[in-house]
Design a protein around this ligand. Sequence first.
Ligand code: NAI
Ligand code: MG
Length: 728
Amino acid sequence: MEKKKVLVLPGDGIGVDVCNAALPIFDVLALPIELSFGDIGWSCWENEGTPIPVRTWDQISKSDAVLLGAITSKGKDEAEKALPKELQNKNWQYVSPVIQLRQQLGLFANIRPAHYINGDREPFDLCVIRENTEGLYAGFDFKGIPENLDNFLTHPNIGVYGPKEVAWSVRLQTKHGLSRLFKKAFIYAEDHGLKRVTFADKPNVMRESGKFAKDIFFDIASNYPDITADIHNVDAVALWLVKKPHEFGVIVAENMFGDILSDLVAGVMGGLGVAPSANIGSDIAYFEPVHGSAPKMAGKGKANPCALFMSIALMLDYLGYPDHASRLEVAVKHVIKSRVALSYDFGGDATTVEVAKAIIDAYRNQTEGRTVAILTIGDELLSGKSINTNLSDLSQIAEHKGYSVVRQIVCSDSVGDIEQTISKLAGDVDYLVLSGGLGPTSDDRTRFAVAEVAKESLVFNDCSWRHIESRLTNFNVAVDESNRVQAMFPETAAILSNPIGTANGFSLNIYGTKVLVLPGPPAEAKYLLDKYLAEIVNASNSTNSYKWSIMGVSEGEVGTFFETTLKKYDLKLHYLWKYPYVQVEAILPKGHTVADSTLRTIRKEFGKLLISESGEKASEIVSRQNLGINWESNSESISKNISKELSAITSNKNINTTIHFEIYPSLSELLNNKIFTGDCWLVCHDDNGNKDSISFPCRGSEIQVFIKEYLCNFVLRLSESNIKDAVC
Ligand code: NAI
Ligand code: MG
């Protein structure tokens, strides 16, 4: 396959910092994209008298897309001074490279999408499309009114200081420029599922150019009858963008109005640190963060790389990789929402590289272990009247299919609660599984909440209604009008047919998350999830995991040791505390391993307290090995109980060893006198003179579990079948 050629122009200032941090994402994307690098910006101007050298134009002409970091631009005088002596006074003009690129490459549309990321507000998904080549920035910008125009350009203020003390700019609008802009806006809306295109202008003040543009706008809109087209004053649009961004789809505007609105939406989205942009219009397109080079921050590792990642996502979409693009967006949003690594502008102290690494990890986790959140709905679950088996059953099904379940949530039947929870999770996980609230009664509100968040209306589905009628009739249940609601689904939903219950489920996409809505009855929910949640192919091969079960060491100590010892590895650590064990799991990307020397360090640290490297408990391993063991203990009844439990694990046939064990103080003293503080001792030996002892904190009756597990551990070390550590 021919590779797509992407030219990276880091530019200067923080442009270089964010590019260095973010570009490793291309190794993980593993797409047929070839990166090459070129020079642009202030240092080219300083050294060569042009911010875009000829060689860079040459590289651009051979590329499919350009990824730009940021470029410093300075005023006329400063630019002149920055030139080397031999290039000064030649009347060389510094023309912003960004403007040069847009004009010379014919990139007439500047695309600035803005998505909801986090915070307690209604999610939004909109895009400002700004005209790039004409309008007030067309270059008709003059000082002084020439004599031949002074009859034409009249204004009472001009006469005060005379026509020389005047500057004036022309807003150029051409039929060509506006037509291609509006067409682009409607096509963008169609491609991205946005249902409204708003033209932000000022037709009541700029009456001629406003009417001219308005007529062209509605003429083009008539070709897109499914998309609402409207015109509003740009100032009102600015107000509503802040108040109700969720009401907009595409906002299209001429150059200057669009320039202002697009920075406004960058702010609404969360600031310059996250806002991306694309410039399109010809065979080539360029993508860049909205922010500039922030020279004061350059080289300090403070810049937020999220905007560049978002710009890379736009570029991936443009190059024909929409799935990779939306996954990368989800990764950026995940890092921000879950506060994994936040740069200073989001209130954190993570460096540029740390944020970039967290995004790359989040991207990798999605592709190599896709994420699921489970949301169970119902007042009866919250009150505890019904046991919430769905939460664990549905999680198990998802995990079994290779997903990682990252959230389990219970919420009430209130539409508001359900909506808020869906909004928070949508865009953050790959799958959101909902169960409950699809019944016919007034407390079954799930479908209404989902439709509300998806901004879709509910439509009646005949086929589902026939299924409901026939099922109720078969079971001799009267068909009631209230059942009709169970045949209502959001417009774009796919119906998940439910042969074992009345209510069909449904699925739809909300902000990049696939939402599966299932009925509450456990058998139906499990059946539908099993059927409709696609299995991840080769899930178990996609990561490499190591496990350790350690007993008798506090979770804190274990955690500190593992964090330090495994610091240099690119992995995720999970801890599970199940007395008397801390189970540790390290998950590495496919193909990555932990060095043997590190594994030895771990074994040495925990010695006989490292029970297994498989996640199993000692009692589980002993039970599996079916060893013939005779257990003997001091005469007390409680240790007899332990002996009984141990005998159940081991075999009483083919006995080949007897293990004697004693506990101090005696168990009856410990338990009957309720001595729950201090340490107790376990001493054990076999008939061959192998012996062992351990002291451990007394935690009431729970110590019986400790004793059982430790004795099993002793047996394992005797048989040397598990840990090759010396028997003491
Ligand atoms: P700027 O966007 O570089 O910085 C404005 C302020 O926003 C910074 O001081 C910083 O506090 C914050 N900021 C910007 N990007 C950030 C990030 N990634 N993470 C965290 N905080 C961030 O705009 P300014 O200061 O007006 O311009 C600086 C230089 O950049 C100028 O020379 C300007 O001409 C150029 N510029 C270039 C652009 C481009 O390359 N397309 C766009 C805008 C400005
Ligand atoms: Mg701007």
